[in-house]
Ligand binder design. Structure first.
Ligand SMILES: Nc1ncnc2c1ncn2[C@@H]1O[C@H](COP(=O)(O)OP(=O)(O)OP(=O)(O)O)[C@@H](O)[C@H]1O
Ligand SMILES: [Mg+2]
Length: 248
């Protein structure tokens, strides 16, 4: 069995406007291994969210092909997405929000409940299960969104600036939570961020998208063991290279 979780092969996607066609991707290749944690960085509008949307099946490429090595284990969903905002339903309690993604998977009510409770425990919110979304802080709500994604036991976790709206302290806390969960679950993760330091603190590899159509202007492995020293990460040669590449 191949070790690739994601294979994009000469992928193309353009948006057609009133007076012109904007190519976002053209003959774009990317390969991600199983269990790899890849950070995607790049300027606003380059196509980072579009890339995640393609992988999630929410946008259809116009050329090329992509393969996702996904299991069809009963009671799971192969892909889960986490966005910048938690997108919780205000009229459902926290546990019911986490159960939401588990509906339609053929699980019994008890199984759904148990899976949702386990996922909430994984993000450290077991004691908040009975609350309403408005009773939680922004950081807690984002952890619920992560729990909702993890509850379906996805092979591929797609995260689009999941911590961007949080204050610095909460953000650091959730970064560490994510690393802990990642170590415990071994999920393949594609993580979009504007924050170069965040990318270098979390990921095994960083891919910088640039240009129109977008290319991987830089694609580098980050081998440093966890936990990483935040200061060292921020002042590393790789950090300088990424900042330079973003400025071109
Ligand atoms: N549905 C759409 N129709 C037309 N153009 C779109 C559509 N979705 C995105 N675009 C355009 O495609 C480009 C890439 O958008 P995308 O959302 O992927 O950027 P991004 O890299 O995620 O940016 P940001 O960092 O600001 O989130 C942008 O120029 C955007 O305006
Ligand atoms: Mg985006």
């Amino acid at each position: 069995m191949s070790n690739a979780a994601i294979t994009l092969d000469r992928l193309g996607l353009s948006f057609v406007g009133a007076d012109r066609v904007t190519p976002i991707f053209e003959a774009f290749d990317l390969r991600v291994s199983r269990g790899e944690f890849v950070a995607i960085v790049g300027r606003s509008g380059v196509g980072k969210s579009t890339l995640l949307r393609i992988l999630a099946g929410l946008a259809k490429p116009s050329a090329g092909r992509f393969d996702l090595a996904l299991s069809d284990k009963k009671g799971t969903r192969p892909i889960a997405l986490v966005f910048q905002d938690s997108r919780l339903l205000p009229w459902r309690r926290i546990l019911a929000n986490v159960e939401l993604g588990l509906e339609g998977l053929g699980l019994s009510k008890q199984d759904r409940r148990k899976r949702a409770e386990d996922a909430l425990a994984l993000v450290g919110l077991a004691d908040q299960a009975g609350k309403w979304p408005h009773q939680l802080s922004g950081g807690q709500r984002q952890r619920v969104a992560l729990a909702r994604a993890l509850a379906v036991d996805p092979d591929l976790l797609l995260m689009d600036e999941p911590f961007a709206a949080l204050d610095a302290i909460t953000r650091r806390f959730l970064q560490d939570e994510l690393l802990r969960i990642r170590a415990a679950t071994g999920k393949t993760i594609l993580f979009v961020t504007h924050d170069v330091d965040e990318a270098l603190y979390l990921a095994d590899r960083v891919v910088l998208l640039a240009g129109s159509p977008a290319r991987a202007r830089l694609d580098r492995r980050i081998d440093a063991a966890h936990p990483r020293a935040r200061d060292a990460v921020a002042s590393s040669d790789l950090a300088q290279d990424i900042h330079r590449a973003l400025e071109v």
